[in-house]
Design a protein around this ligand. Structure first.
Ligand SMILES: [Zn+2]
Length: 450
């Protein structure tokens, strides 16, 4: 199967330009000048942007075991609707959690024939699974994930500095210093509730999860990164107070990377009403001053990339009627809207599509070890292509949400940037709001360490 897609705005070689892309056997066979089309079927997308499919390295799919929260089919369909062609699934909140080699087998087995986007898996790093890290790595996990604070799931306990040190000094990890260890960087430094504390107040929830908790964890991680020279990755940085520390560590040459998420760059705590638990996530969404500092770190590259941290649950667990932040599940459902949310806010700040693609496709693909396969429209790369209209707006409405549940803080929002069409490895899988192909996503394992 050989065909051409063309547009006046193809993102290739780091810039938007007029070009034709020849696709053959699921790969980009070549990129031609706009008018020099080989003799084959051609689809002309006019002025629409053709960019590499997004890679989202932080998604909680929750299957098997918590299929009622989300599942492979619904999550990967939502990913496509949001221009995401490759994602990595977190080791929680499925049952069992992916902390053993057997549980990874179960995960892989239960995803069969349900994947619409390409999908890889992380393994979990918990205090007592040292013997499982080697087997998980050999089976092809794309990284290991740990928490430094309560994960919300009993069977996924958090690690302390000593646990992390033991894992990093184990043979399993010493042999693979480039395999990312992803860490939820918050550590409980204590909090004394003031008299006016209320479980229904967003302000109280925010105060009870102070920036210092992130800062202390980041300090420990930088120390370990320096000690072991192992790739450590800080997931969902929310506090800009730690940016300077991360910037210094990176300038020192440490193998440290950081991500943040669209919700931290789009919302601010000032606008979140009390009782609205759709906004509960940890670390919390902070104030607008903090948000603008995060943007500075995104622009200057201190924050390496942007991912969704899609973490939905059964709507009942958000306790929306009660509106109690203490009882509600902490996690924001936003996989499908990651691209337009980021683009809506980025555009206002003068950020280009090229920059966006670097943050959401190129660097995220590199992070997973797929930098020579995904994240670019260039000869030899997978033909994962998104046809994107950066000027069209839409309103987030339930009927258009592909997530298993429709609860999301983006409901009713007017967003800019529409995913018109998506190709995964050369197959048109999404077009004009509909999934048009059977599940053909592949399981992506890390073959580097076999
Ligand atoms: Zn997460």
């Amino acid at each position: 199967m050989k065909f051409v897609v063309k547009s006046k705005k193809v993102l290739t070689g780091g810039v938007l330009k007029k070009a034709s892309v020849l696709i053959e056997n699921g790969k980009v066979a070549d990129v031609f000048e706009y008018d020099k089309i080989p003799d084959c079927v051609t689809e002309d997308f006019g002025e629409l942007v053709l960019m590499p499919g997004l890679t989202d390295t932080h998604v909680h799919i929750n299957e098997p075991g918590r299929n009622e929260w989300e599942g492979f089919e619904t999550a990967t369909k939502a990913a496509l609707a949001g221009g995401i062609t490759m994602l990595a699934d977190m080791p929680l909140n499925s049952i069992p959690v992916t902390t053993t080699s057997d549980s990874l087998d179960l995960k892989i087995h239960s995803s069969k024939n349900k994947l619409y986007a390409d999908t890889g898996f992380y393994g979990g790093l918990i205090p007592d699974n040292a013997d499982q890290l080697g087997p998980l790595i050999e089976k092809g996990v794309l990284g290991l994930k740990a928490f430094m604070i309560d994960s919300g799931i009993d069977e996924f306990p958090f690690v302390n500095e000593g646990d992390l040190r033991r894992a990093l000094s184990s043979v399993s990890l010493r042999n693979v210093p480039e395999l990312p260890v992803l860490v939820h960087a918050e550590t409980d430094c204590g909090f004394i509730r003031p008299d006016n504390y209320s479980g229904y107040s967003f302000r109280s929830f925010l105060d009870a999860r102070p920036a210092e908790w992130e800062h202390e964890a980041v300090k420990i991680l930088i120390k370990l990164c320096r000690e072991f020279r192992h790739h450590i990755h800080i997931v969902h940085l929310s506090s800009a107070g730690s940016v300077e520390l991360i910037r210094e560590a990176k300038s020192e040459g440490l193998p440290l990377t950081t991500e943040t998420c669209p919700h931290y760059l789009f919302f601010s705590s000032e606008e979140i009403p009390d009782n609205d638990t759709r906004f509960k996530c940890t670390p919390p969404i902070r104030d607008s001053k903090n948000r603008e500092k995060l943007w500075e770190a995104v622009i200057d590259g201190t924050i390496d990339f942007i991912v969704s941290d899609h973490s939905p649950c059964d709507p009942g667990l958000k306790f929306l009627n009660e509106g109690n932040f203490e009882n509600a599940w902490g996690g924001i459902a936003g996989l499908q809207f990651s691209l337009p949310v980021f683009w809506t806010a980025a555009k206002e700040r003068g950020i280009s599509i090229e920059k966006l693609s670097g943050l959401m496709s190129k660097r995220t693909s590199e992070f997973l070890g797929l930098g020579n396969k995904k994240g670019k429209i260039e000869k030899g790369f997978d033909a994962d292509i998104v046809v994107f209209n950066p000027d069209k707006s839409f309103k987030v409405e339930e009927k258009n949400i592909f997530h298993k549940h429709k609860t999301t803080p983006y409901s009713g929002r007017e967003l800019c940037g529409v995913t018109e069409t998506v190709f995964v490895r050369g197959v048109k899988v999404f077009d004009k709001g509909r999934i048009i192909s059977p599940a053909a996503g592949e399981i992506v394992l890390n073959k580097k360490f076999y």
